[in-house]
Design a protein around this ligand. Structure first.
Ligand code: FCB
Length: 470
């Protein structure tokens, strides 16, 4: 089935079709050529932390198969590739630079450019050096400065060839879920630590943005995972307040410091007394608001929220963020997430493509200062298996992709400035706390042999991109 696009719609010229990955999810070689533990290596060794006891030690062995994997981008005819650099590979323990690690990314960038694929580099996709965590991790102000130094180390080596730089990926996850919810590395469950991590990651973003700008980086951005917090009953004040709180904590609490240099007033009130005041220094917000050139939007699903307990009999959710007793929702731990009657992916995430259009339109309307946007992640996990010929007919992933691309087109037609779409993800990989059980790839990776096979969705995405360029 073809995309249903608005009447007369054309994808803007230069719209980028890409795929995204992250270092810890694909590289493996976790202790090779000088690399030392990241917090994900250490966290995965904690019994029960990752489903099935899986670890990123080997992941999908991308470190040794990088040229072969990048050839897939050419096979799919993609314009751009979003990848992340592992801090502990290029600066193990955040100590001396590691030439072998820097060489790996340098070869990768050369390989991409030789293929005519534009590199989009993410500096932090959740894999802090474990040695930094042992000193206090993101709860320390100093870590923001260390991050900016690491950013410059990477820029010194790759800045002659990489033009698109992203500081942080989804700081919501690497602060609240990591330091308060306990589901992501480093697995802490301390609300004050999460707020300190929030402020220091944003400060690190600002410091790195400034330093990269001075060093001549062409374009700098940040990728935020944004949601639509939908009140379960739009006439119930408790649900409306819950929706406001989640919107503040999850969306505006990142957008407004970065775009406007201020935390939202209601968010500050919701978390008052929990420690943010102590770490916020004069001048920090001006640093955090260093101008950016693009906003990366990651979106998978909306969230229906309520201020009331879940009705008896609500099926237990698989979502880590819903586990009893451990909440990433600092200051709003009472908020609940009643499921809506919508189809769900294998992650138990609802499928509601209109949400993506709504989000992009809302960002455009609410933030006149918004820079151009890229969808830096969107995709779906399904438990697809190959048929007897080794072919994966992942019709559900194709449908998810098509409906979400229609949503992007709808937002473009309504005036949103979206410059590209990166599918999550190129290859099946280590899906954090879910281990290898959850698979989002356009390309299948055989769990035993690690052999790569393009899925039907990969071919379909390639065809959509090719048609869009005509
Ligand atoms: C996002 C992460 C990405 C991947 C997808 C499914 O939150 O940025 O690494 O795990 O979810």
């Amino acid at each position: 089935m073809a995309l249903q696009l608005p009447d007369g719609f054309r994808w803007p010229s230069g719209f980028l079709w890409g795929a995204a990955t992250a270092a810890a999810q694909i590289e493996g070689a976790a202790h090779e050529d000088g690399k030392t533990d990241s917090i994900w290596d250490a966290f995965a060794r904690v019994p029960g932390a990752v489903a099935g006891g899986d670890t990123p030690e080997v992941a999908i062995d991308h470190y040794h198969r990088m040229p072969e994997d990048l050839a897939l981008l050419t096979e799919l005819g993609l314009d751009a590739y979003r990848f992340s650099v592992s801090w502990s590979r290029v600066r193990p323990d955040d100590a001396a630079p590691n030439p072998a690690g820097l060489d790996f990314y340098s070869r990768m960038v050369d390989e991409l450019l030789a293929r005519g694929v534009r590199p989009f580099l993410t500096l932090y996709h959740w894999d802090l050096p474990q040695a930094v965590e042992e000193r206090g991790g993101w709860t320390l102000r100093e870590t923001a400065e260390r991050f900016a130094e690491y950013a410059m180390l990477v820029h010194d080596r790759l800045g002659d060839r990489v033009e698109d730089w992203t500081t942080l990926n989804e700081p919501f996850c690497s602060t609240y879920i990591a330091y308060a919810g306990g589901e992501h590395a480093p697995g802490r469950t301390e609300p004050a630590a999460a707020l300190a991590a929030l402020h220091h990651q944003l400060l690190g973003h600002g410091l790195a943005t400034r330093a990269l700008r001075e060093a001549g980086a062409a374009r700098i951005g940040i990728s935020l995972n944004l949601t639509n917090a939908v009140p379960a009953d739009p006439d119930d004040p408790a649900d409306l307040d819950a929706a406001r709180r989640i919107d503040a904590l999850w969306n505006r609490g990142f957008l407004e410091p970065v775009l406007r240099g201020a935390y939202p007033e209601d968010f500050l009130a919701d978390v008052r007394g929990l420690g943010l005041e102590e770490v916020l220094h004069e001048g920090d917000l001006a640093t955090i608001a260093a101008p950016i050139d693009f906003l990366g939007v990651n979106h998978y699903h909306d969230d229906q929220v309520s201020g009331r307990p879940l009705p008896a009999g609500t099926p237990a959710s698989r979502r880590p963020t819903d586990r009893p007793g451990r909440s990433p929702f600092v200051g709003s731990e009472h908020v609940t997430f009643p499921p809506r009657d919508l189809p769900r992916t294998a992650m138990d995430w609802e499928v509601h493509p209109e949400g993506l259009k709504h989000l992009l339109t809302r960002l455009t309307g609410d933030y006149p200062e918004l820079p151009p946007m890229y969808i830096t992640e969107n995709g779906s996990a399904y438990l697809d298996e190959p048929d007897e010929h080794g072919v994966v007919h992942d019709a559900e992933r194709i449908a998810y992709l098509e409906r979400h691309l229609e949503a992007v087109a709808g937002a473009l037609a309504d005036g949103a400035d979206v410059r590209g779409y990166f599918a999550w993800t190129l290859l099946d990989n280590f899906e954090w706390a879910w281990g290898y059980a959850e698979r989002f790839g356009l390309v299948r990776v055989d769990p035993e042999t690690l052999e790569r096979t393009v899925k039907d969705s990969g071919r379909h995405f390639a065809a959509i991109a090719a048609a869009a360029r005509l």
